[in-house]
Design a protein around this ligand. Sequence first.
Ligand code: IYR
Length: 326
Amino acid sequence: MDTYDLITRNAEEVVTEEEVRELADDPDGKRVYVGYEPSGVLHLGHLLTANKLIDLQEAGMEVVVLLADVHAYLNGKGTFEEIRDTAEQMKAQFIAYGLDEANTEFVYGSEFQLDEEYTLDLHELELSTTLNRAQRAMAEIQSGETAKVSHVVYPLMQTLDIEYLDLDLAVGGLDQRKVHMLAREELPELGYDVRPALHTPIVADLTSGEGKMSSSEGVTISMEDSTEDLEEKVNSAFCPPTRDPEGDLENPVLELFEYHVFPRFDEIVVERPEKYGGDLTYQEYESLAADLESGELHPADAKGTLATYLDDLIAPGREKLREIRD
Ligand code: IYR
């Protein structure tokens, strides 16, 4: 696969294509990052951006994972001690999942975000950004709550992270786009360069195909799930025999194949008894989606196969979690 295609595969948005093409021309040693508020158990949302980081490592880039402890603190996630404890668990699960340890720099936000220079830049950003602008940057990340001052400081710090971690590319789920747009507007105000951003899609809710899969509502798949949990969750997923259900619905089973399974396996085998046509083998997502649409692949077989491959992907992280907790 061509480097630009590898860097941008499965991305929902590339800001801007021209800037990312320039990176793709000379990817070696370029620094890219995703920031995560520490969480004790990884779920598919974390793994979707981790898949992108694995692509970027394969493209020769240097990956930085920001364990955003100060951001989690600003978001009311607990004391620093609690947050750091979950961050260590998060790090272990990312490595078990397949991030190349030798090539991944894990950085705690508090390692640089409390420095004098950073703080002074933050205050300068506070002066140059209107409350309204900062609040709009938080809209999708913080909703339904009366915003605190910490909630508007949050996107300003995320903006500065891009400069202070010396990054060439910021990666995040589509829910991070507003912050990244703010960063593109505000970094030049401080005399810093604008950096490109890459956004991964948001997967639909598993049982309804509507809205988004979320750890606070509905069903999520996480590193804690047993093989049986996975089978149960995937078997009750919404899976019409089409990739484009009507209205605002998505086919979450196909989305999981596309964003989670195909990027990590060269070949997918759907095991079927001879009397139902025997095994099916796929190298590409498109052929599997086409077979589901034509009726060649039954939704029940697609689900069973999805559960098996997801189980393979999370098994090492599940094992790691057990070790940590014992
Ligand atoms: N806002 C992210 C966490 C985060 C991401 C980056 I990129 C940062 O520089 C800092 C924090 C979240 O919603 O999890």
